[in-house]
Ligand binder design. Structure first.
Ligand SMILES: [Zn+2]
Length: 686
């Protein structure tokens, strides 16, 4: 809506708070940081060399594209064909795999108008003969019935170790944005916009996937030289660094360079304000409309916290720049998506006055998106797993590390939602997401195995993975887990790790079996209780069992004195008299494993004399009975809350009959709060 001129002074007075932009940080000259920060690049990591030209018609939201792709066969087998992803074709018609599954909606967003379809149309592909001929030979190609895939006949076979140079002409029509890529008004988020080859594995098998509702992307690393030809008024952000701008009438041509990335994305919008900052030599650039500019500092702090935490844990961020794109109002569908050295975030929500007065504060909206999407620079950008085959490897491990970013960066107790003195922490969110949907499906499945109709993709792939990993970390200790994950991140930099690679790294780093403590005498686990790391990962990643423990019963009683019929010291059966003195106190505690998943659990027993003991139960049997020779007041399972896989903890703590809690109020109030939080938070989307 246009504001009438006479209202303008009022609109400006009530308008968004726009912080002044600090002095601009200059564009870095190299897309990579210094070699020590980049670290070793594996010899066969660089498979592609791209030169891309794109001319944006901002009125029709159409891109005329030309690509030169130099591709190298790093497998052991000669190849004659090459599959290419045409991701943009997902938005071409209502019967594509993507549209049919999502019914034209994504995370609550749908196109605003009936038109607005998107597609990519390949108009020619040539193979360029090596010098000195440099002859261009037209190649045959065909779109597959599922139009997000295309097969290219390379003509002659490409032997192992050899390369091919392809010239590709294409036209990309951006869709009206509702799922990551497209336009809204003058805002353009250009992702997955050019034909991208599949990944050829060493054994000569091509890895591609139809673009379905939950599946993301998988591609090889390479270097990019990209020319973007856009209207002169556009503010542009892109993967890599800008090294030249040529003004040409009412248009301009921008030259970008990126190295060791597996995708190239860009955004263009005349309405962007620009805020830059620098941290450890990394240029942080935010592109934001005035309505969201009030939050740039919150996003910058989140970005710096994520950089500090993740560089400490997983090695240096190798690139010289990171761009945070704030999609404007009306382009919410573009929010929350990662691309190399560039991501889209989501707005910080302003808390309404009355709730603020009640003491509600939050660090979830907006800034958590920045932490998450930046996290993908590691879990996907550097550790470039196949997101279609194993989405948990990036989304789940990234969510795990997001919780650790919050933990590392907190200068207080690390709360994420607070109402007055009551706080929820990042791991509470992870735990609560296990309620209900968390175990409906196993984690380790391809993206396409998760149906949007069933739901639970986010709860399973993102947050159950995090709950599993953080449970493992709590059980084996932060140091062992963190060291193992560090080794994984360093070893698989600029590579394509699989789930098996991560599991092996965790087992190697932590050990096959970890001793948790002395077994309770009544436990069938003899001697010590051990955690079988591989078995926990197997059950957690490929099982659907829930972790659920409860205190079943506490019985305090007296042992019998000498009463009724019994044998006396001479062995003569005597009886009939009443007991002369009461027997000693005894207590029996019965624990119950209500869930199918077996994880060792600690139990804390508090006695009537206020002393406590801790025991470890292997959890292998359904129930476990503990006996004591003194009066038990209360029993608490998993007293430190280590098992984040356990969603329901209401029944973990129990008082013995007659041993009521102190004030009679805090316990039921606490339980009511936990129940309410579970109900509310399990409704929160990914
Ligand atoms: Zn993500």
């Amino acid at each position: 809506m246009r504001v009438p001129a006479w209202l303008l002074p009022l609109a400006l007075a009530c308008g968004p708070r726009i912080p002044p932009a600090p002095a601009p940080v200059p564009e870095p000259t190299s897309p990579l940081r210094e070699p020590a920060r980049v670290g070793p690049i594996p010899a066969d990591a660089k498979v592609q060399q791209w030169t891309l030209r794109a001319r944006l018609d901002a009125a029709t939201h159409r891109i005329e594209g030309h690509a030169t792709l130099q591709w190298r066969n790093t497998s052991t087998v000669a190849v004659r064909t090459m599959p290419l992803h045409l991701y943009m074709n997902a938005f071409r018609a209502e019967d594509t795999a993507w549209m049919a599954e999502g019914r034209g909606r994504h995370r609550g967003n749908a196109p605003h108008s009936a038109g607005g379809w998107g597609y990519v149309d390949v108009t020619a592909i040539h193979r360029v003969e090596p010098a000195p001929e440099r002859k261009a030979v037209a190649l045959q190609y065909r779109e597959l019935p599922e139009p997000s895939l295309m097969e290219l006949d390379l003509g002659d076979a490409i032997a192992p170790g050899e390369g091919v140079e392809l010239e590709i002409d294409f036209v990309t029509q951006l869709p009206e944005v509702f799922a990551r890529t497209g336009y809204a008004g003058e805002f353009h988020m250009v992702g997955q916009w050019y034909p991208k080859p599949g990944v050829l594995h060493r054994d000569g098998s091509w890895h591609t996937h139809a673009f379905t509702y939950h599946s993301e992307f998988y591609a090889d690393f390479g270097d990019y030289e990209v020319e973007l030809d856009v209207p002169a008024n556009m503010v542009v952000g892109a993967t890599g660094v800008l090294h030249e701008t040529v003004r040409d009438g009412d248009r301009k041509r921008l030259q970008y360079r990126a190295q060791m990335v597996h995708d190239f994305a860009w955004t263009a919008d005349p309405g962007f304000l620009e805020y830059t900052a620098e941290h450890e030599g990394i240029r942080i650039r935010q592109l934001v409309h005035p309505e969201h500019a009030f939050s740039v500092d919150a996003h910058l702090q989140a970005q710096i916290a994520a950089l500090d935490s993740m560089q400490g844990r997983y090695g240096s961020y190798p690139w010289s720049t990171i761009t945070i794109v704030h999609p404007p109002s009306g382009a919410e569908g573009a929010a929350g998506m990662e691309y190399p050295t560039l991501f889209t975030t989501s707005p910080v929500r302003e808390i309404p006055g009355p709730l603020r007065a009640l003491g509600l504060r939050e660090r979830v909206s907006g800034v958590f998106t920045t932490v998450h999407e930046f996290g993908h620079q590691y879990f996907q950008g550097l550790l470039a797993s196949d997101e279609a085959a194993a989405p948990w490897l990036d989304e789940g491990m990234n969510t795990t590390s997001n919780v650790l970013v919050v933990e590392d960066g907190a200068d207080d107790d690390g709360w994420v939602v607070r109402v007055g003195p009551h706080a929820l922490f990042a791991d509470d969110f992870v735990r609560m997401a296990q309620q209900g949907i968390g175990t409906l499906q196993a984690i380790d499945q391809p993206a396409e195995a998760f149906s949007p109709v069933v739901g639970g993709y986010g709860g399973t792939v993102y947050r159950r993975t995090a709950a599993l990993m953080l449970t493992l970390r709590n059980l084996v200790g932060d140091a062992a887990f963190d060291r193992a994950l560090h080794e994984y991140a360093i070893a698989w930099r600029f590579r394509h790790p699989t789930g098996a690679d991560l599991e092996q790294a965790l087992v190697d780093g932590i050990g096959e079996r970890v001793t948790l403590g002395a077994a309770d005498p009544a436990d069938p686990a003899t001697g010590t209780v051990e955690l079988d790391v591989r078995a926990l990962l197997e059950a957690g990643l490929r099982g659907t069992g829930e972790v659920d423990y409860r205190v079943h019963a506490i019985v305090n009683r007296s042992a019998m004195g000498h009463a009724g019929w019994h044998r006396n010291a001479e062995g003569v059966l005597v009886g009939g008299e009443a007991p002369t003195e009461p027997g000693a106190d005894e207590a029996v505690v019965v624990l119950h494993r209500a869930g199918e998943m077996v994880v060792p659990v600690e139990v804390e027993i508090r006695f009537a004399d206020d002393t406590t003991v801790r025991r470890i139960w292997s959890g292998t049997r359904r129930t476990h009975t503990l006996q004591f020779d003194k009066h038990v007041r209360s029993v608490r399972l998993d007293p430190e809350g280590k098992l984040l896989l356990e969603a329901v903890r209401l029944d973990n703590h129990r008082f013995a009959p007659g041993e009521d809690f102190d004030d009679g109020l805090s316990q039921p109030l606490g339980q009511a709060a936990e129940t309410a939080a579970l109900l509310v938070l399990t409704g929160v989307g990914p």
